[in-house]
Ligand binder design. Structure first.
Ligand code: NDP
Length: 255
């Protein structure tokens, strides 16, 4: 009974930014829970290679490359996925970038790039998928926020602003779409060692600071996020809506 609550067999999940890092781990995790997964990012060779490697692991995997910041590509990709792989039951908005630097010197192009990928795209992709989900009366939308939806660090202004926006957009989508049977939630990861954070992991002072600042005493491993994603993608969360679930080893619990 309890395992059935988390079973994703027969469900199709589109995961943006799933050629590496957190997105790839979530695709593998949702696939292991039974879902058919659609791997997506901008690089066609990488999406195809990652889908093939997941198929080798016994997961039902396809790929659909597109740029989440290009609305025309978004519209085309959602239609292609629905026609080719079946109705999208689960959307994971995971694609994201980071541009670090002091706010006083920040190039407006960097501000725009981060907002466009990390916030505008969550709106564009979610709306396009919701337009297909709503007539079916069900769907799960999960966006990857961040502990920076709550707190900032020097040099992270556009990222923190965008991720704070993802938290509120999650609530806004919930209040409009829950009545149509959709659950719209977010996951807020703490610090995870991926390509996005490679410079921080390589910095001994930052590495030591993170270990000291995190009650769990370590960086997150991408697999640590799978349980939250399977929960929010499955029937187990059918009355959970508008929430951001922080998976951060306890960082936000303390000063
Ligand atoms: P990575 O840099 O390892 O992976 C990012 C993925 O997004 C890649 O697959 C990349 O592929 C894709 N991507 C980037 N831009 C676009 C675009 N315009 N269109 C489509 N795909 C795109 O990042 P992480 O795995 O570390 O991060 C994933 C998410 O988790 C992000 O939203 C990030 O903000 C969030 N997060 C990460 C944390 C961490 O500590 N690592 C902490 C909190 C949140 P390609 O470039 O080929 O398109």
């Amino acid at each position: 009974m309890s395992a059935a609550l988390f079973d994703l067999s027969g469900r199709t999940a589109l995961i943006t930014g799933s050629t590496r890092g957190i997105g790839k781990a979530l695709a593998r995790g949702l696939g292991a829970a039974g879902a058919r997964v659609i791997i997506s990012a901008r690089d066609r060779e990488q999406t195809s290679a990652v889908a093939a490697s997941l198929r080798d692991e016994g997961i039902l995997a396809h790929d659909c490359p597109f740029d989440v910041t290009d609305t025309e590509q978004v519209v085309r990709a959602v239609a292609t996925c629905e026609a080719g792989f079946g109705p999208i039951d689960i959307l994971v908005n995971n694609a994201g970038i980071q541009r670090r630097g002091p706010l006083l010197d920040l190039d407006p192009a960097d501000w725009r790039a981060v907002m466009s990928t990390n916030l505008d795209a969550v709106f564009a992709v979610s709306r396009e998928v919701a337009r297909a989900m709503i007539p079916r009366g069900r769907g799960k939308i999960i966006s990857i926020a961040s502990l920076m939806s709550e707190v900032a660090r020097p040099g992270t202004a556009p990222y923190a602003a965008a991720k704070g926006g993802v938290k509120m957009l999650t609530r806004a989508m919930c209040v409009e779409w829950a009545v149509h049977g959709l659950q719209v939630n977010a996951i807020g990861p703490g610090y995870f060692a991926t390509e996005l954070t490679a410079a921080l992991v390589a910095d001994p002072a930052f590495d030591a600071w993170i270990r000291g600042r995190t009650p769990a005493g370590r960086w997150g491993r991408v697999e640590d996020l799978v349980g939250a994603a399977v929960f929010l993608a499955s029937g187990a969360s059918d009355f959970v809506n508008g929430q951001t679930l922080y998976v951060d080893g306890g960082v936000l619990a303390g000063l």
